[in-house]
Design a protein around this ligand. Structure first.
Ligand code: NAP
Ligand code: MG
Length: 503
């Protein structure tokens, strides 16, 4: 880990911070102030300083955005364009994001605290390729031909579901934007996006690029603001046909309740996780150590699929503990603009305080602090990569999603025990398995109740690979062609065959 000085988060390493050009709501193709005229501050987690004042939307602004999206859906050309043409416009949108990637990546970095290189080399290439993937799918949305009894013939149409509300969190601001906006656009929906209050900058910038690409006014609206105002207004709106939400399990429940109390809109939820990483005795131990380190500390530990419960089989446990302790000391925390840095600051003070209070709780519960456990740097929201050993399954640090760089390390004996303890959680988002034994890999993969299982890898995402939750990690799949289905409705059309008793 970096020294105190390295971890101070003050160095800007020669980067010119960009001017923030887009700070207003994007409704019906124009940037506008909130009706109330109110704004809120988005802050730089390296320092706690204000980056910009952002328009703070409320119910009235959501009403305007929904009215624009409704018109664009009911009477506009986007849902009626041939899929091929929607795809071409989406390709242009992807090209524009690519052309502006330097500026976008810096904005994402100062707003969220993620390392600039990760943003530029991992997040944005995924965002761009995701728009291209769904652009290519836009003209491949097919129904079925039905051969019915009673001398009827029928077919199904897959139609866009309508106006969709897309509510996203702050840990992957642009990637979450792409995961939801790209399939919704491809399906022919119109939409209102609500970025997280902590990270509004890149979504607003992309709204401007969407207009340049030729996405018609009213199709993509961005309403910045808070969950209790903007988010609540979207999920309870009578004219919104679907909400696709990514965030915490608690808020997911509130969104679902609001949908149930209003117009019974369709809901899909990508929620929290407490994913297990299971390392077996036959594993390549160096590979396992590196996977574990990445699985918990990458993106400041602010990852829904983080492998935050690491189970190691007893034969290699002691060696693993030694190696992971050394390896976490080489994990550099510091200014996200510094190319040597692996881990930037946590997104904001609230998240920083929450993680530290879990660390305190872990110590009080009797877990042993192997490494880390403290904030670092003189300002900003930096936390050392932290590892606890002697963690019991019932401790809070083993049960709750901490959403920070905190690993719970546990020992197990048998494959059965590993499966049973891995499943001992209310969540079911992801799991990792490290073994050379195909029989163990196959057996454990099928026994773990989670939406994605990584064998001898972790965070191996691909546009074509669906992911989403089991249990209280939610339902509905992002990524892959499955995600398109969330934004489509199936309509059956039935007609009698000439000469049948119907005619
Ligand atoms: P959060 O508090 O649930 O917020 C997520 C979004 O919901 C934000 O835009 C938030 O607005 C909004 N929101 C808050 N209250 C709302 C309400 N009453 N109605 C409608 N929307 C409301 O989650 P977070 O702390 O930002 O993000 C971290 C959580 O997201 C973690 O639990 C993590 O596991 C989960 N996550 C899951 C996935 C996945 O794919 N499964 C991916 C990433 C993150 P504000 O701007 O006011 O916060
Ligand atoms: Mg911010």
């Amino acid at each position: 880990m970096a020294s105190e000085e390295d971890c101070s988060g003050t160095a800007e390493n020669g980067f010119m911070l960009p001017e923030v050009k887009f700070t207003k709501l994007f409704i019906n193709g124009s940037f506008v102030d909130a009706v109330s005229g109110k704004t809120f501050e988005t802050i730089d987690p390296r320092t706690g300083d204000v980056i910009a004042e952002i328009a703070s939307g409320d119910k009235e602004d959501v009403d305007l955005a929904v009215a624009a999206a409704r018109d664009a859906f009911d009477d506009g050309k986007w849902p009626r364009l041939p899929g091929y043409q929607r795809g071409r416009i989406m390709m242009k949108f992807a090209d524009l994001i690519e052309q502006h990637v330097e500026e976008l990546a810096v904005l994402e970095c100062i707003d969220s605290g993620k390392p600039l290189l990760v943003s530029k080399l991992v997040d944005f290439p995924s965002v761009i390729s995701m728009f291209r993937y769904y652009a290519g799918a836009a003209d491949k949305i097919h129904g079925e031909t039905l051969k019915l009894a009673q001398e009827l013939q029928g077919y199904t149409l897959k139609e866009p579901i309508g106006v969709v509300g897309l509510i996203i969190p702050w840990n992957y601001p642009m990637l979450m934007f792409a995961l939801k906006v790209a399939p919704a656009l491809a399906a022919g929906c119109t939409m209102i996006v609500k970025p997280a209050e902590q990270t509004p900058l890149t979504a607003l910038y992309c709204a401007h690029l969407a207009k340049q690409a030729g996405i018609p006014d009213g199709v993509l609206n961005v309403v910045t603001g808070f969950g209790r105002t903007v988010g609540a207004a979207i999920s309870s709106h009578m004219d919104v046909d679907k909400v696709s939400f990514t965030g915490s399990t608690e808020t997911g429940r509130v969104v679902m309740e609001a949908a149930a109390r209003s117009n019974l809109k369709s809901v899909s939820l990508e929620l929290g996780g407490k994913s297990p990483l299971l390392i077996f005795d036959d594993a390549d131990i160096d590979m396992a150590v590196e996977l574990a380190r990445q699985a918990v500390f990458f993106n400041q530990g602010e990852i829904c699929v983080a492998g935050s419960r690491v189970f190691v089989q007893e034969g290699i446990y002691d060696e693993f503990v030694k190696k992971i302790a050394l390896s976490s000391k080489e994990w550099i925390v510091g200014d996200p603009f510094d190319p040597r840095v692996n881990q930037g600051p946590q997104v904001d003070k609230r998240q920083f305080d929450k993680i530290l209070s879990y660390i305190d709780h872990g110590k009080r519960e009797g877990a042993t602090l192997l490494t880390g456990g403290k904030p670092c740097g003189e300002k900003g929201y930096y936390i050392e990569p932290t590892i606890f050993t002697d963690v019991k399954d019932d401790m809070l640090i083993a049960k709750d999603e901490i959403f920070g760089p905190v690993m719970s390390l546990m020992k197990f004996s048998t494959v059965e025990e590993a499966i049973q303890r891995a499943n001992y959680t209310k969540y079911g988002l992801a799991a990792g398995i490290v073994t050379k034994d195909l029989n163990i890999a196959n057996r454990v993969s099928r026994s773990i109740r989670a939406g994605i299982i990584w064998v001898n890898c972790y965070f191996a995402f691909d546009n074509d690979c669906p992911f989403g939750g089991y249990k209280m990690s939610g339902f509905g799949r992002d990524s892959g062609l499955h995600a398109l289905e969330k934004y489509l409705k199936v309509k059956s059309v039935v007609t009698p065959i000439y000469g049948s008793p119907w005619l």
